[in-house]
Ligand binder design. Structure first.
Ligand code: PHE
Length: 452
């Protein structure tokens, strides 16, 4: 029975949940945000946001999922029947579906760069003896019509295959292999980066805070980054927690997952900032999103020995991070379709991917010949990104905090945090206070500031 699905081991459960959290947010959003928000000062505020707000909100999602043992929408219906709180879950399901639409395209690009690194075409110049222009390469790989669509489709198929095999045989098994691989690759890159000539300058920038840089926008940006990076507010953790065994310590799991996600962000900073100081990059947009990964980093690889090897390993790292995030996004919709229509997993997956296909293709084309087609001033890709990550995500997270803080009986939360009295959780009241009086109002501020 579907209700009986459980992750089969503690390690698998952690690997899958960390896999969902670790993604492009850690790898390319975090270094750019750090640089734009004052370096080490941002890191410090981010650390506080993860510990004081991220972990409590993660515990809130775990509580809803494990006590109801259903998908994001039905969990709220089960816990508060006859009330409209299921809307919170619905926001999560819609947001995760829309995010999946464009995240799949970005995952496709990373796969494309992985293939081009392995076969060497990424480093072939137009004419012999000319330097490679990675800006032009990016146009070819990202901003044309056919090629990126083919790689997006490959990613769609890869995701469908993993989900098809189910939670334990698909998601858990894959995460058990890919997460250790991801950490191994990060550590290898970190070692390489730390041996660069100007590494200590970069580390100084990343780790020595200038407290005068901390202001309102830095706090709002750090909190937004923490929520995005931990995949909060999208129903993912509700869905995954519904597969946690009753004996899993939610407190320990939330701390482990958050710390590993934080570790990936910090390792990424330790990789990028020595590169920034050594190669004198990092001005203007060179650390922003796609430019960092698709232009700046390949450029750096050309100045190192074994260019193709490093590039292949780097794009493998990113593809792995992207894949484990997209399968968690996909599982939110699959679980919903199964619960809502009593469909088999395979039917739910088929339906999800048929719905996703036109959205991902449109997002991919919006970087090419459909770029002029605008929705509220943005192409389809950017519109979905803004709408889902800047509106739906904080809205869902804020309503979840209100739900946990003021609607759900406190005993349900305490029951889950203590495994019905089997564990001690003297910190539980602090979690409730953090959710009610810190997380809820601060997320409200994020939401408002996104509109200003
Ligand atoms: N947490 C993921 C990251 O850091 C991004 C993500 C957000 C994934 C929302 C799924 C849902 O990249």
């Amino acid at each position: 029975m579907k209700d009986k699905i459980r992750f089969s081991s503690k390690l698998g459960l952690i690997a899958a949940t960390v896999g969902s959290a670790v993604g492009l947010g850690n790898i390319w959003r975090f270094p750019a945000e750090t640089q734009e928000n004052g370096g080490a000062a941002f890191l410090l505020v981010y650390l506080v946001c993860v510990c004081v707000l991220g972990i409590p909100v993660m515990l809130a999602e775990f509580t809803v999922g494990r006590s109801a043992r259903a998908d994001a929408i039905h969990s709220f219906q089960k816990l508060t029947p006859g009330k409209p709180w299921w809307i919170v879950g619905a926001i999560g399901v819609v947001a995760s579906f829309l995010i999946l639409g464009f995240y799949m395209v970005v995952s496709g690009w990373t796969l494309e760069y992985l293939v081009a690194s392995v076969d060497g075409s990424l480093f072939k110049a137009e004419a012999p003896c000319e330097a490679v222009d990675f800006g032009v390469k990016m146009q070819e790989y990202v901003q044309t019509d056919v090629r990126p669509i083919l790689f997006t489709l490959s990613m769609l198929v890869l995701n469908a295959v993993v989900l098809w095999r189910g939670v334990t045989k698909g998601i858990e098994r894959l995460s058990n292999i890919l997460m250790p691989l991801l950490f191994l690759l990060l550590i290898v890159f970190c070692c390489v980066s730390l041996t660069l000539p100007e590494a200590s300058e970069g580390l100084k920038y990343f780790f020595t805070p200038d407290f005068s840089k901390i202001d309102g926008p830095v706090i709002v940006n750090a909190l937004g980054q923490a929520f995005f990076s931990l995949s909060l507010g999208l129903g993912i953790l509700i869905t995954y927690a519904s597969y946690y065994p009753g004996t899993t310590s939610l407190g320990r799991t939330a701390v482990t997952v958050s710390m590993l996600d934080l570790a990936v962000a910090i390792l990424m900073g330790m990789i990028i900032f020595p590169v920034v100081t050594t190669f004198g990059i990092g001005d203007g947009d060179s650390l922003r999103g796609g430019t960092l990964v698709f232009v700046t980093i390949p450029e750096v690889f050309t100045r190192m020995q074994c260019t193709r090897l490093w590039s292949s390993l780097f794009f493998l790292l990113i593809s792995v991070a992207a894949l484990t995030s997209t399968i968690s996004l996909g599982q939110v919709s699959v679980a919903f379709l199964q619960d809502a229509f009593r469909w088999s997993r395979h039917k739910a997956i088929t339906c999800l991917f048929l719905l996703l296909l036109p959205i991902s293709v449109a997002c991919s084309l919006s970087q090419g010949s459909w770029n002029d087609f605008k929705l509220m001033g943005n192409n389809i890709f950017d519109f979905l990104d803004n709408f889902a990550t800047n509106c739906l995500l904080p809205l869902g997270a804020m309503l979840l905090c209100i739900y946990i803080g003021w609607v759900l009986p406190k005993s349900t939360l305490i029951d889950q945090l203590t495994n019905r009295g089997a564990l001690r959780a003297p910190w539980a009241p602090a979690v409730v206070l953090a959710i009610k009086y810190l997380a809820a109002p601060l997320i409200f501020v994020i939401l408002i500031s996104n509109f200003l």
